[in-house]
Design a protein around this ligand. Structure first.
Ligand code: X90
Length: 279
């Protein structure tokens, strides 16, 4: 029985190890001036950001096609997957069409792709959870049920210094982007219930933004569960938040890593994303 776990590249995962399944990341793309930056393990993220900074024209992003998802499914008997919120991307839609096609072609095979209503490190947690559930020997339908239940206990918070790429691509209003564009102002918010960007606080200065994230995490019900922090060239901010979390929960399972291509493009330099479990 071949089992495959798939996740689009907004999860910032290029590998996921385990003895009894394969993992396939499905890349999104950043597009600028005829150039295409494929968000896979070969992408040189600093070089992409440098070129985007120099390039004055329009840039955008593109989600994987139905064919890209089918390729990722390969010849697996069971596919478990996660996709970035369908509120902001066509990624889940393409995955759902691919899943229908796959089931049509191979009636014995099973595919489940979750619309995570989120992205980044919350998607990372959900993708890791598939691995855990797969190891626990559950049936396909049970895994699907468990992952939906788990999704209710995971959250995503962010601190962003700029929303200009979101605004340029019509994913937030220009008025909101302008308010964040003011020097030193950071927007702290969360992925909403419907999978949209929900701004909660405007903070002056990074220190304030980090303590606000921590405060909100606790309000949302964080009590020492798993945390995944992903930053865009702002390791310092990630470490400061980690320090606050570990100050109260010294033994929590917390990992810090850099954002990859897609998340770096939207979170922009300085951006910090926190995915975490609640009770
Ligand atoms: O289909 C496409 O072209 C991709 C569009 C993706 C748009 C959103 C990317 C978000 C990246 C930024 C901060 C977190 C916001 C969370 C809102 C749910 C991460």
């Amino acid at each position: 029985m071949k089992i495959k776990i798939v996740a689009d590249s907004s999860a910032n995962l290029y590998t996921l190890d385990g003895p009894d399944f394969d993992f396939a990341p499905v890349p999104l793309k950043v597009l600028a001036g005829g150039r295409e930056y494929v968000d896979d393990c070969r992408l040189d993220v600093p070089q992409m950001l440098k070129e985007l900074k120099e390039y004055k024209g329009k840039s955008s992003t593109a989600c994987p096609s139905v064919g890209d998802w089918l390729e990722a499914f390969g010849d697996a008997d069971i596919v478990y997957g996660s996709a970035i919120t369908s509120h902001l991307s066509g990624c889940y839609n393409a995955a759902a069409i691919a899943a229908d096609e796959y089931r049509g072609r191979y009636p014995d095979r099973k595919v489940f792709i979750l619309d995570t209503l989120s992205t980044g490190p919350e998607m990372e947690l959900i993708t890791e959870k598939y691995r855990e559930l797969n190891f626990s020997g559950l049936e396909f339908e049970q895994v699907c049920r468990e992952i939906r239940a788990y999704q209710q206990r995971t959250h995503l918070m962010f601190s962003l210094e700029s929303l200009s790429n979101f605004a340029k691509n019509g994913r937030v209003s220009p008025a909101l982007a302008a308010a964040v564009g003011i020097l030193g102002i950071r927007i702290v918010g969360k992925a909403s219930e419907i999978g949209d960007l929900e701004p909660m606080h405007k903070c002056r200065g990074e220190k304030r933004a980090i303590s606000k994230i921590w405060e909100c995490m606790k309000e949302l019900g964080y009590r020492g569960g798993k945390v995944r922090l992903r930053h865009s060239y702002n390791l310092e901010a990630a470490e400061k938040l980690a320090e606050l979390i570990r100050g109260e929960y010294p033994d929590c399972d917390l990992k810090i890593g850099p954002n990859r291509g897609l998340c770096c493009y939207y979170a922009e330099e300085g951006g910090l994303l926190a995915g975490f479990e609640t009770e």
